[in-house]
Design a protein around this ligand. Structure first.
Ligand code: BGC
Length: 743
């Protein structure tokens, strides 16, 4: 075996040792000469190999690699793999790459570590409801540490697609409907995964996805066409990708969808002009799973060779799973339809990341079995998972302060998810093992003696299906109890990729079951587990309390127990509106006013005949066990120039019986613009902790930049005029003040 690369590498390592802390910003690093020296040794086939990413299989008997792939690694035809993890397996594959391929270029291992590797955190939509950026950064950071300890270098996260249609199953992977909050969360997650330098042994490379606008498929049907104005694209959908890139994300994944008739994977404007030139992205671009090939189905490419040319020329560096680059790119280059310079640039970008990761120096840097044992599912990771899980729970209703539960009660715990473990990890749960989760039943059984309550349990019904066989037993124990806790929702296959639903009510007979429980006359606390907002109008009206628990991960049960028994006072607020009925979708808080704004008492305005316009629960909504009183908004001045900072302050008092946290929200409205503006837009928030009876003054500072948007001529700027400044506990209950921005 010829190993010509190693002398080159020795020199690479020496130079690599002096790199700056900004190492992940490719342009600033000192790896150019090393990358070029490696590139100079490569054949065209080997270059194309670096642009090829394949998946392994994780079969029931353990990891396997698809037929032929081992040979591809050996021949240098594949530079990256995904779905291969654990130190044992990645070491085995890396050995083939570095010992048996001609140049010994190390592989990079990717995986969907979306909300945890083995310690599973709440689904990202759930976590986003904490509005706690530090907590989300920490959860990504722990996920990175576990993944890196298990041989991985690269996560296909964060997903930063704005989601406004809960029929789309993938809203669970994102941060909800709002651009401002979504952008902050995108940055926090990138920082968590990559840290200041992804070269650290406990960090992984982040991948901002799915670029672009994948979150807006028509009708909420996954993979469907996306069609929006350039203004909506730039004002609403683009900023979170930019925020992720500005936070240092060094890879970006293209999306499956088309945008204005062009599939993202072949969209030169989107990839080259906007992502690279405009946003200054200098890492590498990977496709989504076979999305090059899918350009044929889109009707954009005539065959795979054509599809490969379109994506290479658009600026896609790495082909995920499609094999198109491997099979066709050489011929396209030889025929002059793709330039070799373009290929060289793509390979440079990929090799640089491998250098940055330190893989040329030590290809087995991430294969430390001892670290894997210590880090993965460590006690401190479990504790952190429980903490962020509690922070993600949204209290939607709490009549007569039935919660928190007091001592001495007899509790009937019912519902198909009460004893469930496997669904708690939700979709996209990495290497998470559902049976390692703690269920609500497990957690409540553990607490029963300590908290002085008696507990009975019956399932009642399944998540799906029409069977009523379990109803009588569940109703019997419910009648004998003081209070009923019903844990209901979706199973984890119902949200996620390829999991759009046209009806988003509780599946099966669960609602019917809850009606019967409420018929007993006992207080019914409904705990929801789901990956998307659901339509639950009857339950919203009739249940005594509703606790939105999403899929909270490994520590779901204890976290829910903490909230039900008041060890943790719920503090989360929705980041996606809950519609009353599917027909209201899309329903999101920052809509436009229209020429005929909503008036429920007259006919000729923008409304439905059969339902109010307002959602069941609006963006920003969530209750606490305590109450908060907002004082009036105070402004230092009412007129501001473009150079000024607008200071908005408001005092909030905890007027209830216990300490709690409140997410104070600031919205603005631009009353008249060169183009119409939304009725409100979130521009600031602060999560504050207040002891019983305590008050705090919250100060927001805005500048003209915060009021900017894409104006009639598409320049991004604020326009002088009158604005409303609104502050309150959610996007619906807001008090306002008027200000004027002057030139
Ligand atoms: C998904 C991506 C994911 C990829 C690799 C695709 O089907 O859309 O989000 O990263 O598979 O698993």
């Amino acid at each position: 075996m010829i190993k010509r690369i190693w002398p080159v590498l020795a020199c690479a390592i020496l130079i690599g040792a002096c790199k700056t802390p900004q190492a992940q910003k490719i342009a600033d690093t000192g790896f150019t000469s090393q990358v070029d020296s490696v590139l100079a040794l490569m054949t065209l086939e080997e270059k194309i190999g670096q642009m090829t990413l394949y998946t392994t299989d994780w079969g029931s008997t353990g990891p396997t690699i698809r037929e032929g792939y081992q040979d591809d690694i050996r021949k240098g035809n594949c530079g990256a793999l995904f779905n291969s993890h654990t130190t044992a397996f990645t070491r085995q594959l890396q050995e083939i790459a570095v010992k048996e391929s001609r140049l010994g270029i190390p592989l990079i291992f990717g995986y969907d570590v979306i909300h945890g590797y083995k310690t599973i955190f709440p689904i990202p939509l759930g976590e986003s409801c904490s509005w706690d950026l530090a907590a989300m950064e920490q959860s990504a950071s722990i996920a990175a540490a576990e993944a890196a300890a298990a041989g991985l270098h690269w996560t296909f996260a964060p997903m930063v697609d704005i989601g406004r249609d809960p029929r789309w199953g993938r809203v669970l992977e994102g941060a909800g409907e709002d651009t401002y909050l979504g952008s902050l969360i995108a940055a926090a997650r990138v920082k968590g995964f990559q840290g200041d330098n992804f070269n650290r042994a406990d960090k992984v490379v982040a991948c901002v996805k799915h670029y672009a606008a994948y979150g807006a498929p028509i009708g909420g049907r996954d993979y469907n066409t996306v069609d929006m104005s350039m203004r909506v694209f730039r004002d609403t959908y683009l900023p979170p990708y930019k925020a992720g890139i500005d936070a240092g994300a060094i890879t970006v994944m293209t999306s499956f969808n088309e945008l204005d008739g062009i599939p993202s994977t072949g969209n030169k404007w989107l990839l080259d002009d906007v992502l690279r030139k405009e946003m200054g992205f200098n890492g590498f671009i990977v496709t989504d799973y076979t999305s090059i090939n899918e350009m044929i189905n889109h009707g954009y490419a005539s065959d795979e060779a054509h599809a490969g040319e379109l994506s290479a020329n658009a600026g896609v560096d790495m082909d995920m799973q499609g094999g198109v680059y491997q099979n066709y790119l050489k011929k396209s280059i030889q025929a002059g339809r793709v330039s070799e310079k373009l290929i060289d640039d793509a390979v440079r970008r990929i090799l640089r990341v491998k250098f940055e990761l330190g893989l040329f120096k030590d290809p087995f840097k991430y294969c430390d079995e001892k670290r894997e044992k210590e880090v993965v599912m460590s006690a401190s990771n479990m504790e952190a998972a429980r903490d962020i899980a509690r922070k993600s729970i949204v209290l939607l209703k709490n009549d007569k302060n039935v919660l928190p539960l007091t001592k001495g009660k007899s509790i009937a715990l019912v519902g198909p998810l009460a004893a469930d473990r496997v669904n708690l990890i939700g979709a996209w749960s990495g290497a998470g093992e559902g049976d390692k989760c703690i269920s609500v039943l497990d957690a409540l059984q553990q607490r029963a003696t300590r908290d002085g309550f008696t507990l009975t349990h019956a399932k009642g019904c399944e998540i799906e299906g029409t069977g009523h066989i379990g109803f009588p037993e569940a109703l019997r124990i419910s009648r004998a109890a003081d209070v009923i806790i019903a844990v209901v929702g979706e199973n984890k296959e119902m949200s996620g990729e390829a999991s759009s639903r046209a009806s988003i009510s509780l599946p099966g007979v669960q609602e019917e079951f809850i009606k019967e429980l409420i018929g007993t006359g006992k207080p019914v606390i409904v705990v929801l587990m789901n990956g998307r907002p659901l339509t639950i109008p009857w339950i919203a009206e009739n249940a005594t309390a509703i606790v939105e628990a999403w899929w909270l991960g490994t520590q779901a049960g204890p976290a829910i127990g903490d909230v039900l028994f008041g060890d943790y006072n719920p503090s989360a607020k929705l980041t996606m509106s809950f519609p009353r009925v599917v027909g209201q979708i899309p329903v999101y808080y920052n809509q436009k006013n229209t020429g005929r704004p909503y008036d429920p008492n007259t006919k000729w305005n923008s409304r439905y005949q059969d339902v109010v316009n307002a959602p069941q629960y609006p963006f920003g909504y969530g209750l606490s066990y305590t109450t908060f009183m907002y004082d009036s908004i105070r402004l230092l001045k009412k007129e501001f120039s473009f150079q000024d900072t607008i200071q908005v302050s408001v005092s909030i008092k905890n007027t209830g019986a216990m300490a709690g946290e409140e997410i104070v929200q600031l919205y603005v409205r631009d009353l008249v613009g060169s183009v119409t503006r939304p009725v409100k837009e979130l521009k600031g928030f602060e999560k504050i902790k207040l002891g019983k009876g305590e008050s705090k003054n919250v100060i927001f500072k805005l500048t003209a930049k915060d009021l900017a948007f894409h104006t009639a001529d598409m320049t991004f700027k604020a326009e002088p005029g009158v604005f409303w400044i609104m502050v309150g506990p959610d996007s619906d209950r807001l008090q306002k003040q008027v200000i004027r921005l002057v030139e």
